[in-house]
Design a protein around this ligand. Structure first.
Ligand code: KG4
Ligand code: ZN
Length: 340
């Protein structure tokens, strides 16, 4: 079964052709990062206008790179939420129009489930290899959710962030440190080879599966002020020793909390495996910590499949059809969609 997957929930216009939920035939992403970088974050109005400009060329590239035509496509899957309303509307309306005109069935996808099924795209099948239940950590710019996956399409939300998402915290930390946008990859880069003994606090929220990342961001701001690198001066750029040390301390703190809490949830729920997804799952420190600590099989997509892409939507679409979940032409967008 070949699915055309659309993802436009935030600032990537992404279209992919995926076979049987596992085999990527093409995966094209038109990134808007440079447009938003000068504002230090995603500007919703700019994002939706850019999706309008990019979506048709992106569909054309996805077809031409795969060598397929419309006659090969069996269904159209599109992110229906969560995300920015204006951005979601572009993907949903284009997907609906094309599915209707080509007489193809439509599948609306929860973006967060998409991040989970990215783990099925690179030769692994966590459900078949390890079995259920699986613990999923979905950590991105908008979400930090711990989810118990009892089967394909069956989820229980265990915990979530009570304030900032981890990616949001990375982005704010990068702003404090003068590193630019998006912050996650830049904090990771600044941390490489950093020396120093600085330690930032961890918010454990013991007895819950919830997270909190806004306190650590304030702790970072106070420390850099104490160290005299804030407000930023000519000497406090990405190469300054203090900036590198603080970036590393921040990355260490956020990663350790997520890794420890994920392992703890896996033990309590007797999970057979752990799955990661979302942009922050691309972080090398978080990946390394989980690799060291996990008592069960650990699945993490390649970094380019952790951040938003259309292939994960095509994969999620396939698994949704196995549960016979299709959508009709009155499907709406759901900017606040979650797991429950
Ligand atoms: O999943 P994603 O592409 O979009 C959302 O669904 O939000 O995640 C984007 C987030 C951004 O906050 C970005 O800073 C973060 O993922 N991110 C990272 C890394 N790469 C992307 N955070 C930490 N380390 C990275 N290497
Ligand atoms: Zn995402």
């Amino acid at each position: 079964m070949i699915i055309l997957g659309f993802e436009t929930s935030c600032d990537e216009t992404a279209v992919s052709l995926v076979e049987d939920g596992r085999n990527i035939l093409s995966n094209v992403i038109a990134s808007q990062v440079e447009l938003h970088a000068r504002y230090g974050g995603v500007v919703p109005e700019i994002a939706s206008r850019q999706h309008l400009l990019e979506i048709i060329p992106t569909i054309r590239s996805a077809f031409s790179l795969s060598g397929l035509g419309w006659g090969d496509v069996d269904a159209v899957a599109v992110t229906k939420g969560p995300g920015l309303a204006g951005s979601l509307l572009v993907g949903v309306n284009v997907a609906k129009s094309l599915a209707f005109s080509k007489r193809l069935p439509l599948i609306g996808i929860n973006h967060l489930e998409g991040h989970i099924y990215a783990n099925w795209l690179e030769g692994h099948d966590p459900g078949a290899e390890s079995g259920f239940p699986l613990i999923c950590l979905i950590t991105s710019g908008g979400h930090t959710d711990l989810v118990l996956m009892e089967d394909i399409g069956k989820y229980v939300l265990l915990g979530r962030t009570r304030d900032d998402a981890a990616g949001e915290a990375f982005d704010k930390a990068a702003r404090i440190l003068g590193l630019g946008f998006p912050g996650g990859p830049l904090v990771q880069k600044a941390s490489e080879g950093a020396k120093g003994t600085e330690i930032l606090p961890r918010a454990w929220l013991k007895g819950t599966d919830d997270f909190s990342f806004s306190g650590i961001k304030t702790a970072l701001l106070n420390k850099v002020k104490d160290r005299g690198v804030y407000p930023l001066t000519g000497n406090s750029g990405p190469d300054s020793t203090t900036v590198r040390e603080m970036a590393s301390a921040f990355q260490e703190s956020v990663s350790e909390v997520m890794a420890v809490k994920t392992i703890d949830a896996a033990r309590r729920h007797k999970a057979r495996g752990i799955i990661l997804g979302g942009g922050v799952a691309a972080n090398s420190k978080l990946r390394a910590m989980l690799r060291d600590m996990s008592p069960v099989a650990l699945y993490i997509p390649s970094p380019s499949l952790c951040t938003d892409n259309g292939a994960m939507i095509g994969a999620a679409g396939y698994f949704q059809t196995r549960n016979n979940l299709w959508d009709s032409w009155d499907m709406d967008i759901y900017p606040n969609l979650g797991f429950s």
